[in-house]
Ligand binder design. Structure first.
Ligand SMILES: NC(=O)c1ccc[n+]([C@@H]2O[C@H](COP(=O)([O-])OP(=O)(O)OC[C@H]3O[C@@H](n4cnc5c(N)ncnc54)[C@H](OP(=O)(O)O)[C@@H]3O)[C@@H](O)[C@H]2O)c1
Length: 296
């Protein structure tokens, strides 16, 4: 059997750091190459190659040089505001780099992380067959990247909802800042009318690795089991941490001026995953997800 060679892009990101951590901890003989812009992937001993996704030649060379058997492509321009302000960069990084990666990795198993933000939030819960209708440029780039992969064999698009938990890398995320604010007793303003089906980072990573090992192609939703507003998510975290929720302020997404409309309800329907891979279904919000990941 060919030795497995796993290429993980976006390895310094919140999800990538968990994917790398879980793969590195496996008791199997696999070679991992972590592609990242910053070298901090949170797990010592993993080979990291720094690549800028905007540099298509460097990206192509990194992939063809490594000759992966498996690719989990997580790198993306993920901040909705950045994508709106720099639309051309977002298109290169999120669409063109995805296509270049998939072509360079031809023959490998290819798993791409897409998002619930390909939908408009008006007809949740969303199944895989529902037509995308993104409201943001970020969502449009991810939907276009899905399309760019449509004809590439052995490829799976995995749509992921809002994620919570602590990265294994030092990455500062909104969730990390929210938990710090909770602990410090600082006021937190959170939307009580914007719904998602959130997933713990470690559960999302486990699902992606398991799906990469399967031969499923096409599209699948990885959904958390509960529909929660952003306010409810953090209030539940406060409860699990034994912190008083008195500094939480519920606000409406309609009260905040935004360059692009915010979808009301992006809940994903996870029945396809539950039917085909019940062992990969994410669990509910639990205390385990609220413990910072030690740097190892
Ligand atoms: N966050 C969510 O709740 C969520 C929900 C649904 C789907 N997703 C999707 O899941 C994937 C991972 O998301 P995440 O939350 O882990 O993202 P993240 O924490 O923002 O990490 C993004 C990763 O992409 C890398 N990256 C960004 N721009 C790059 C560039 N120009 N060149 C090279 N690397 C670049 C970052 O490198 P640096 O760290 O060095 O900048 C980082 O490793 C993305 O594809 C995202 O669209 C995320």
């Amino acid at each position: 059997m060919t030795a497995q060679r796993w290429l993980i892009t976006g390895a310094s990101g919140q999800l990538g750091s968990h994917v790398v951590r879980q793969l590195a901890a496996e008791d199997r003989d696999i070679t991992i190459l972590a592609l990242a812009r910053r070298p901090d992937v949170g797990t010592i001993g993993v080979t990291v190659q720094q690549v800028e996704l905007d540099d298509m030649d460097a990206l192509y060379a990194a992939v063809t040089g490594f000759k992966p058997t498996h690719v989990i492509h997580l790198a993306a321009m993920t901040a909705v505001g950045d994508c709106h302000r720099q639309p051309a960069v977002a298109e290169r990084v999120n669409i063109e780099a995805t296509r270049v990666l998939a072509v360079a990795a031809a023959g490998a198993r290819f798993v791409f992380s897409s998002t619930d933000m390909v939908f408009d939030g008006e007809a949740a819960p969303y199944r895989e067959a529902d037509p995308p209708r993104p409201l943001s440029h970020y969502g449009r780039t991810k939907a276009a990247a899905e399309q760019a992969l449509a004809d590439i064999p052995n490829t799976l698009v995995v749509r992921i909802p809002l994620m919570y938990g602590f990265p294994c890398s030092q990455r500062q995320t909104t969730f990390v800042q929210q938990i710090a604010a909770l602990r410090a007793g600082q006021p937190l303003r959170l939307f009580s009318d914007e719904y998602r089906t959130p997933v713990w980072l470690a559960d999302a990573a486990r699902a992606l690795i398991g799906l990469a090992r399967s031969d499923l192609t096409g599209l699948i939703h990885v959904s958390g089991p509960e529909r929660l507003s952003r306010y409810e998510l953090i209030a539940r975290c406060a409860d699990l941490l034994g912190l008083p929720p008195r500094h939480l302020v519920a606000i409406s997404r309609l009260d905040i001026a935004a360059a692009e409309p915010r979808p009301a309800d992006l809940s994903l329907d996870g029945r396809r995953l539950a039917g085909a891979f019940p062992q990969l279904v994410p669990g509910p919000l639990r205390a385990e997800a609220l413990v910072g990941e030690p740097y190892t």
